[in-house]
Ligand binder design. Structure first.
Ligand code: AMP
Length: 214
């Protein structure tokens, strides 16, 4: 399946995308993960993207277009993909259409995960991530077995640089103003399925599966 997973920051896109990848065998393409890796490695892309990411702003569409064109152009995406964090603007929807058209691929669906803003702020401020394997934890909901250490690979957990209260507020504003409007466009194409993302990851995944099967 070729899916887009949408929703505000912190709604659980990464967690659900990882589960979907296991279920469907599709590749998981997280533009946020790709950018963070580029920043960590200090590549030209990472150097250009860092300032935007640290302030909660979006990385310019042209740069994102190059990134997604290159990633989806690799052979593995033809079998199926889960796009997590892309597209995020009206222009990126057009970019995605062009890239998919060139590759002779079409989207099967767009899933919009939703949750109240108070819940999102709570999730983001308690979120901890593994810089090595990208596993995601939460101080209250999903603590690691040993405090501050990744269960999967043993690396020290970290807080994302953009998970501070001020930047969280800016990311939510950007989401409301630039990203949420694109859901409407997908809705009018009959592609949009809305899934409430309150509750634990198992509950949300069960809803998601039911939506995909229905
Ligand atoms: P995420 O992990 O998806 O929340 O992304 C973290 C940050 O990476 C965002 O706040 C943006 O600065 C940047 N980013 C990720 N995906 C995109 C995108 N599709 N367009 C623009 N910026 C993006």
């Amino acid at each position: 399946m070729k899916l887009v997973l949408m929703g505000p920051p912190g709604v659980g896109k990464g967690t659900q995308a990882a589960r979907l990848r296991e279920l469907l065998g599709s590749v998981h393409v997280s533009t946020g993960d790709i950018l963070r890796e580029a920043v960590q490695e200090g590549t030209p892309l990472g150097r250009k993207a860092r300032g935007y990411m640290d302030s909660g702003a979006l990385v310019p569409d042209a740069l994102m277009g190059e990134l997604i064109g290159e990633r989806l152009g690799r052979g593995d995406a033809g079998e199926g993909f889960i796009l997590d964090g892309f597209p995020r603007t009206v222009e990126q929807v057009a970019i995605l259409d062009r890239v998919l058209g060139r590759l002779n691929l079409a989207l099967d669906g767009v899933i919009l995960l939703t949750a109240p803003e108070s819940e999102i702020v709570r999730r983001l401020s308690g979120r901890r991530v593994c810089p090595s394997c990208s596993a995601v934890y939460h101080l209250e909901n999903r603590p690691p077995k040993s405090a501050g250490v990744c269960d999967a690979c043993g690396s020290a957990l970290a807080q994302r640089r953009d998970d501070t209260e001020e930047v969280i507020r800016e990311r939510l504003r950007v989401y409301r103003e630039q990203t949420l409007p694109i859901a409407e466009g997908y809705g009018s194409k009959g592609l949009l399925r809305e899934v409430p993302a309150d509750g634990d990851p198992d509950t949300v995944f069960a809803r998601l599966k039911a939506e995909l099967e229905g």
